[in-house]
Every structure is written in C-alpha cells, then in structure tokens.
Design a protein around this ligand. Structure first.
Ligand code: ZN
Length: 338
C-alpha cells in the first residue's frame, strides 16, 4: 500500500477502543540478560485515550499445542561497550490473546520506569529494514517487527535476516487492509490475519513467527479481537506513536519519540521499518535513549504461532499466480491485421 494512502487513511479514521479477552493466563517472566534493573513505577493512563470497552467473555481458549521447530538464533555477542543493549527479556504466554500498549489495552502494565519496547511495522522493505537492523546490531539491542505478509513474500531474504539477528517477528496482516472496513466480511478479515502469519512462515523457510499481531492503523474490530483471543495470539497497540510516516526527516522522528517517551517515562514505541526517515533516525534515536537512561525490553513468545494449513495453501497458490498482469487476453492482445 502506498504510504500516502496509509497516511490519509490513518488521519481520517478514529482509533477504536477494543474489548480485551483474557481467557488464559499471561505470564511475564524475566529471563536472561537482566542487568541493571530499576524498580517499577506507577504509570498514569495516557490522557484522552479511550477506555477499553467491556470485554465479551470468550470461551476458555484451547491449550496451545507446541509447534516444534529449531530455536531462534541468539543475538550476536555485543562488541560495543557503550551499547544501549537489552535491559530485560520477557517471555509472553499468549494464551487467550493478551493485549499490550496503553493506547488501547490497559490491563498489562508490565514495563518498569525507563523501560521501552521498540516495534517496527510494515516491513520487510529494502534499504530501510536493513538500515534498522544495522542500527540495532550496532547498539546490541532488539525490537519486534510487525511484518506485512505480502511484503514478506516480496523480500523473504530480508525477513530471514531479521529473524537470524535474533529479533522477534510478529505480523501485521496479509495486505494491510483496515479490518474495520465494512466491505470485508468476517472470513475476509480472518484471511487477512491468517494469511499474514502463513506468508511470514513461508518467507522464513517454514519457521513460524511469534503469535504477536498488530492491527493496521491500530483499529480493532471487536469480533477480530475475540478471534485472536481464541487463536491465542497477542495483540499489540502502542504506548507512543512516533508518527514517523508523517515525518519530513529523521530528526522529526527522533524528536517526537524522545518528547513522548520523556513525558510517559516508558512505553512500547511504534515505528515503521518501511519508512526511509525511520531507517535514518534509528541510529541517533538509540543513542538518545541510552543517554536518557532508557532500557530496551525484549519481548519473546513462549511458543510460536500455530499457522493454519488452509491459509498456507492459499499463500502458496497466490505466489504462483501470474506476477505481471491479470488482464483478460482481449485487453492485452488485439488483432490489428489479418
Ligand atoms: Zn502498518
């Protein structure tokens, strides 16, 4: 989708508070690489943010069946003594579809004062995603990549680099359609979600990503929130939006993020590895976060997502479609002389 379309779309739409389902248990476990921690601090809700709607009670989610696959490669050993690094790694049990990010989900306040989670949407994309990867590697830190299924099929090698570098890979639909769009029926909405996961699994050479999902434009149709709960997929809104897709240059991205994070004191930061200015901003932004005393929290899934075979078949079918044109023969070949 063209950036302009998305921008217009995002500006013209209201973000909808979502129901939250917690049929299962969410556990946040501190694991390795936990050095230099700070005590938790109370956080106030973002002013003006809509309250989450009363959650429809879902039937208890079925216990997830473990997906067997090799463990993800670890991040490379850090050779930069002044790096931002990773302050803490948390493991997320996604049973029941927990929601994260105070813009919409207000239950799980797990970040401590001065802790941030870096998230990057809409990739993988040439130049910009590699620029983000390089900056993260130089600062020995990490983020979550909410990838678009179609983009993953265009650039599987870039997505493989994201995974191989030890970052968390989540998804962001198959084709970035707004799932609140009334023109879509329920099956089409599910297909957007499920084909996104299936395409990312395909792009990673059969490795299932994390059951981490972000709705396009942070618009949460309640029935899809319920569906994700039943699928044991965690939903990610954000605590602060960089609005990098509107920024005129890298400096604006840096200034917006630092102003907002200094105000909130912590949070899940929404950026786009799809955008040029973000790729350019991240090196300096990471230095500013380090100088400001912030610590990056790595979020890992306890289990990979269970991809549904039917949608894997659909993605593979799509990949074999003619890539250039689906115009009818009559519009392509015209007899001009006989
Ligand atoms: Zn997006």
């Amino acid at each position: 989708m063209a950036p302009d379309d998305r921008e217009t779309f995002r500006e013209n739409t209201m973000r909808i508070a979502a129901g939250i389902i917690f049929a299962g248990t969410v556990s946040l476990l501190t694991s390795s690489a936990a050095w230099s921690q700070t005590p938790p601090a109370a956080k106030s809700a973002a002013p003006g943010a809509p309250q989450a709607a009363a959650a429809p009670q879902a039937a208890p989610a079925p216990a997830p069946v473990a997906v067997k696959q090799p463990p993800q490669p670890a991040r490379a050993a850090c050779t930069n003594p002044n790096a931002l690094g990773v302050g803490r790694t948390v493991e997320i049990d996604t049973t029941g579809g927990p929601g994260f990010g105070f813009e919409h989900f207000k239950t799980l306040d797990f970040l401590r004062d001065k802790e941030v989670v870096l998230t990057f949407d809409d990739g993988p994309w040439p130049v910009n995603t590699p620029a983000v990867l390089k900056a993260l590697a130089e600062e020995c830190t990490t983020g979550i990549f909410f990838t678009i299924g179609k983009h993953a099929t265009y650039y599987p090698e870039i997505l493989k680099q994201v995974y191989a570098a030890g970052h968390t890979v989540g998804t962001h639909t198959w084709s970035h359609q707004a799932l609140v769009n009334k023109k879509l029926n329920e099956e089409q909405r599910k297909e957007e979600i499920e084909k996104g996961f299936a395409a990312v699994k395909w792009a990673l050479g059969g490795v299932s990503p994390a059951p981490f999902f972000r709705f396009p434009a942070l618009q949460h149709p309640p029935e899809m929130v319920t569906y994700l709960g039943e699928r044991n997929i965690a939903m990610f809104s954000c605590d602060l939006d960089s609005f990098d897709f509107k920024a005129r240059n890298a400096q604006q991205v840096i200034d917006t993020v630092m102003r907002k994070v200094d105000k909130l004191g912590k949070g899940i930061i929404l950026m786009h590895d799809f955008h040029k200015h973000t790729g350019e901003a991240v090196p300096e932004l990471l230095k500013r976060l380090k100088a400001g005393g912030y610590k990056v929290v790595a979020m890992r899934a306890k289990e990979p997502v269970q991809v549904i075979a039917k949608y894997e078949e659909e993605v593979i079918k799509d990949l074999k479609l003619p890539t250039v044109s689906s115009r009818p023969v009559s519009s392509v070949v015209t007899t001009v002389s006989e």
